[in-house]
Write a protein that binds this ligand. Structure first.
Ligand code: EPS
Length: 348
């Protein structure tokens, strides 16, 4: 089983991730992880924090001469803006953020204690985990990519830029929709035998765990609820060389919680970032008097970054599902098992 944990505050010393269960014998290119971290930092509409940070990974354990040895992989990303003890207290929670619910839950009058961990800065650690998983997936013929579909209600690139620019002028924020495509997944990842084995549930859960994601669709998603069954389901065909195949992929590559062998298609809706330069009404936690929400440095739009984070969590889930199906403590063993299964599936 593959698992990971992250630690670290937005303005703490560093972010840390431990990825446990990765096979031995995988060459991990640190430059690839750094490139993924850079992709997460980019995008029109990111705030000034991204001008301060230059996210780079330090791999602390789990490798020898650049190759995994089966032990936990610990990774660290240093925060240049390490200022947690100097930062001002936050008494006026920002609507939409974890500030108020978190302050009540953890009994903290200063919502800074909440913001520091709930911040999307944490996703840098998840991208480092996802990057290692992507390297593993590439070894077994799988890849995960993303594209932006819509920003603030508009779909052409020119209008998307304009939308972010107008949000900036209004001192507001915008969200959007992005699409994740995973290719190369063989038929048979995940299972219908238990709820927590269903691949669609695991992918949707992972995507919903990303800060600001409010909706996930698989394949045709919500649109399928409007159509007749005959217009939704993907008819099955057979060809001697191709085996079973489909001419459509409305199911988004998953049927009955199991990968079908077609590309896995997922869509996420991201709400606008909740820190507004022109803040909404709030209440001071201490005085209970009406007050504008605290204004913090933040982003205008982070949809492009969220898409990179989404690729990362999908890569992790698919790598985990592949381990479950094929097993193996070394890359050679996993590949051998996969080869045997593919042979069996082809002969089916
Ligand atoms: C982020 C770092 C944060 C924010 C942003 C994401 O840094 P700071 O708070 O110092 O500006 O820019 O966080 C949020 C949008 C949020 O809602 O928490 C990052 O590294 O991605």
């Amino acid at each position: 089983m593959l698992r990971y944990l992250t630690a670290g505050e937005s303005h703490g010393q560093c972010l840390v991730a431990i990825l446990d269960g990765m096979v031995a014998g995988l060459r991990v290119d640190k430059n690839f992880i750094d490139k993924e971290l850079l992709r997460r930092q980019r995008g029109f509409g990111r705030g000034d924090r991204m001008k301060i940070e230059k996210d780079r990974v330090d791999i602390l354990s789990g490798l020898r001469k650049g190759i995994t040895i089966g032990s936990p992989i610990a990774m660290m990303i240093k925060n240049k803006d390490f200022s947690i003890d100097r930062l001002a207290a936050i008494y006026c929670p920002r609507p939409g953020h974890a500030d108020l619910a978190g302050a009540v839950k953890y009994n903290r009058s200063d919502a800074r204690d909440i913001l520091e961990r709930s911040s999307a800065r944490e996703t840098a650690a998840r991208v480092s985990v996802g990057a290692v998983c992507k390297i593993f997936l590439s070894e077994i013929g799988m890849a995960v990519n993303s594209r932006i579909v819509m920003i603030g209600g508009v779909t052409s690139q020119k209008l998307m830029y304009e939308r972010i620019t107008s949000a900036l002028k209004r001192r507001d924020t915008v969200g959007g929709i992005f699409e994740i495509t995973a290719t190369g997944a063989p038929c048979g990842l995940g299972s219908f035998t238990q709820s927590d084995k269903r691949l669609n549930a695991r992918l949707a859960g992972a995507l919903m765990s990303i800060q600001a994601i409010k909706g996930v669709e698989v394949g045709l998603g919500f649109e399928s609820a409007k159509r007749f069954g005959s217009e939704v389901h993907d008819a099955i065909f057979y060809d001697k060389t191709k085996g079973f195949y489909r001419k459509t992929n409305n199911a988004g590559g998953i049927e009955g919680g199991v990968s079908s062998g077609e590309p896995i298609l997922l869509r996420c809706a991201m709400k606008p970032i909740s820190t507004l330069l022109n803040p909404l009404a709030s209440v001071n936690i201490k005085t209970k008097k009406p007050s504008k929400a605290t204004v913090e440095r933040s982003d205008i739009c982070a949809v492009l970054s969220a898409a990179v984070v989404a690729e990362s969590v999908v890569a992790f889930e698919l790598a985990n599902a592949a381990f479950e199906k094929f097993g193996g403590d070394s890359l050679d063993e996993t590949k051998r098992n996969l080869k045997g299964y593919l042979k069996q599936a082809k002969a089916f």
